[in-house]
Write a protein that binds this ligand. Structure first.
Ligand SMILES: [Zn+2]
Length: 462
């Protein structure tokens, strides 16, 4: 029997024998809400009582670190080094979950009990991210059990603050480069493009938040006495916002229009299945010449997240003194992060909006990352997964949303391979979060196949 076959038998037995569901029940039962102070004691407990014992039983040596940021949640690192000459894989997961929203779950469901209904397993954190790192760890374990060793070195990092913006993670990676040194990064988060077909993505769009503020005077002035005499900050702000895009949201700031949508990236995006989000998209919105996939994965988008002037709930007959909009640019690689706000300033000045102030957000930005889709590791992972499950993965250069992938791609300098194990309808970050059993089983087989090939063949040559 080949290693491939014996590891596959083991991982299928792990799922079919009910052990997978028992593991996920244990992980989901710990209420690791990082956005709510009541979750705090559980963040450490998840690492100490759930992750460390699981990893130690697999021959890993674990360390739980204080967060470099005061008050930040703990971070676990683990390593299983078989031979320094073998390649090293770094895996990542996050054990924290978003707020439980327990009063909004449908009748019969409670967030921290894993509840089975048909093909679904409901629970907060089931999809994001507990099932995802569980699948990857148990797949590695199947390889260890099948041949008595893993066949490569493995390191694991689990953080407990991803849902609060990964506090301290970047600093931790910067100051622990040796501890985390590896040859390739393989991790899982987010949804597949199609529930029945694995997806590989290799980066994420970046994001930058800022306010546009127009402050003309203290307080409001009677609109009967001053209307027509005093400039209206809300109107100036509305015109300024309207100058950033055209009527269909196409970006007009030249530096904000990416140059990275090359013919090759268009070709890769063109192979994706039709962009099906479950929500009716506006065909007359966004960059006119681009497909929906190109708009969300290959282009930048500007959004007004919130805006205010006066008190909308209790309007006065008055010209407001100020107006403010909270804005965001999502951007792909190739957009000069440090020039995003200066470019906007230049644009506003050109358009005559010198009274509009650009106020950066204290939280800063998260950078865009993307591994070349022709990188040998992408092909290696794709072919290994196809051999394991019989279907070629959808390959996505980057997610539309964000992940702390820059910590691994830029700080640690690793080729980053993400293999998501959830699907778009999983209600992550919402009530009734769930995973699909059928998808989880296929993902276990896929990851086991990928790890077997790493053990068998080593890293692909560049
Ligand atoms: Zn999340």
């Amino acid at each position: 029997m080949t290693l491939q076959d014996s590891a596959r038998d083991l991982i299928e037995a792990y799922f079919d024998g009910g052990e997978f569901q028992r593991d996920l029940t244990t992980l989901v039962s710990r209420p690791t809400e990082s956005q709510d102070p009541r979750g705090k004691p559980h963040l450490w407990a998840y690492l100490e009582n759930d992750m460390a014992p699981m990893l130690e039983a697999m021959g890993f040596t674990c360390q739980i670190h204080d967060n470099p940021q005061a008050d930040g949640p703990p971070i676990l690192t683990a390593a299983r080094i078989e031979d320094p000459v073998l390649p090293t894989v770094l895996c990542y997961g996050h054990g924290d979950v978003v707020r439980a929203q327990e009063d909004q779950w449908r009748e019969g469901l409670t967030p921290f009990d894993l509840i089975e209904e048909g093909d679904r397993l409901y629970g907060r954190g089931a999809a994001d991210n507990k099932v995802q790192h569980l699948i990857n760890l148990r797949s590695m374990e199947a390889v260890i059990r099948a041949q008595g060793h893993l066949g490569f070195n493995a390191k694991v990092i689990i953080e407990m603050g991803e849902e609060t913006g990964s506090p301290g993670l970047k600093t931790f990676c910067e100051t622990n480069k040796d501890l985390l040194a590896a040859d390739v990064f393989i991790a899982s988060d987010g949804p597949r493009l199609r529930p029945s077909v694995p997806t590989i993505f290799t980066g994420s769009r970046g994001g930058l938040g800022f306010d546009l503020q127009v402050t003309l005077r203290e307080g409001a002035n009677h609109s009967g006495n001053f209307g027509g005499l005093l400039a209206d900050p809300a109107m100036i702000l509305a015109h300024a916002l309207a100058s950033i895009t055209d009527v269909r949201g196409q970006i007009r700031v030249p530096e904000w229009r990416p140059t990275s949508l090359t013919p090759r990236i268009r070709e890769v995006l063109g192979k994706l299945p039709p962009h099906d989000t479950g929500i009716a998209l506006d065909a007359d919105w966004g960059e006119a010449d681009l497909s929906p996939a190109e708009r969300v994965f290959g282009w930048n988008s500007f959004a007004i997240l919130a805006m205010t002037s006066g008190v909308p709930e209790a309007p006065l007959n008055a010209i407001a003194g100020s107006a403010r909009a909270t804005c965001q640019l999502r951007f792909v690689v190739g957009t000069e992060v440090d020039d995003i706000l200066p470019a906007l300033r230049r644009h506003l000045d050109r358009e005559g909006f010198d009274k509009v102030e650009v106020v950066p957000h204290a939280r800063g930005s998260f950078p865009a990352t993307r591994l070349d889709p022709d990188h040998p590791m992408v092909r290696f992972a794709s072919e290994a997964i196809e051999r394991a499950v019989g279907v070629a993965p959808d390959i996505l250069p980057n997610l539309g949303g964000s992940l702390p992938n820059d910590c691994f791609a830029e700080v640690l300098g690793l080729p980053t391979i993400w293999v998501p194990h959830s699907y778009a309808g999983c209600s992550q970050h919402a009530p009734n979060e769930h995973v699909l059993k059928s998808l989880s089983r296929q993902a276990l087989v896929a990851m086991t196949g990928l790890f077997v090939e790493l053990a068998d063949r080593g890293l692909p040559r560049e």
